[in-house]
Design a protein around this ligand. Sequence first.
Ligand SMILES: Cc1cc2nc3c(=O)[nH]c(=O)nc-3n(C[C@H](O)[C@H](O)[C@H](O)COP(=O)(O)O)c2cc1C
Length: 388
Amino acid sequence: MTRLSRCYDLADMREAARRHLPKGIFEFMDRGAERELAMAENMAAFERLKLRTKFLVDLRERDMGTELFGKRIALPLAIAPTGAAGLCWYQGELALAKAAAAAGVPFTLTANSITSIDTIAKEAGGRLWFQFYMWKEEDLSFQMIERAKDLGFEALFVTIDSALGRTREYNDRNGFTDPISLNPRFVMDMALHPRWVAGVIGRYVLNGGMPRHENYPEQYRRRITTAQSKGPSNSQSMTWEGIGRIRKAWPGPLVVKGILSADDARRAVDQGADGVVVSNHGGRALDSSIATIDMLPAVVKAVGDQATVLLDSGVRHGSDIMKAVALGAKAVLVGRATLYGIAAGGQEGAEKVLSLLATQFEKNMGYVGCRRVSELNHDIFAHPPVQP
Ligand SMILES: Cc1cc2nc3c(=O)[nH]c(=O)nc-3n(C[C@H](O)[C@H](O)[C@H](O)COP(=O)(O)O)c2cc1C
């Protein structure tokens, strides 16, 4: 039996990922910030929402697809941008992008990826979105936007919740640093995970050397183990006017990621954004943040039909996707779920995660008597959330 064939749900997939990765990398990918309150709350808030069943509906003709930015997707879901993918698996971003293409959902590449934007554009297939942060040296960010445009990326996501560094003490405890330092704790951690060393680091070394953040501007593009190889810093001075400038530089769909209030959602729309992601970065930023599913109805009300509302943070089951869509999200993004998949088994692992989520989504839709995504609304809840 292979590792993946023993993964029957996302909890198994997470456990397989935990076994495969060095502890420092697994915890960097899996954990939250500070006391990890937001991460737990994201999931608890989904779990608190109970459903009302509706039986004896003819369920033979079902369609789980929907439209996003004018094009069809097979499931109201896309893969979120995640910087650690290339450490979970050799060229992990490419594995995620190919899995997304196979499942008929979009993939979002982060500017912080290990695999280069050119490789993704050339080899991934499917619908590709690009996410970036405004760097302190803004001209470098605008050059990245041009690159994404030239390579034909469909939508641009700008993440606004990360101006300041985060507090994640477990990385220090694990000896997992940026740049990666070969301290005794991390060396021992790697020694205990020889399959990861051979399958991930070994393959990078055989194909040109230790991994780098391939999209970073030339002056920052060093091996991740090179001392002083820190990437560009995020801007701490950007304001909403910056979104307006990005709007002018990007002709396609522009999405602001990291919205946690109705006011900020409105400001994003006022600056010309086509979409917002209600997100607390998977509980990796502000630790006392509200759960995103609890914030969603107010954001949906604030933007009306002027923008596409997406949601992420805490999606671990198909029923979570359904709950978010019923409360007004057009789709969800998943971060850790598909990272567990690639860490457990590369593209095949991510495909299995997407397939598990799709099956759970379809089953739950049936229980609440819905055959199509357009039928989802507040009526599916046993106690519909109070309207904002
Ligand atoms: C390991 C890791 C790296 C991430 N890197 C980025 C990033 O580079 N840019 C970004 O906008 N969000 C990043 N995120 C946040 C995700 O895009 C997304 O908001 C979050 O993972 C959603 O929560 P979930 O993991 O519970 O699905 C990262 C998340 C994780 C777990």
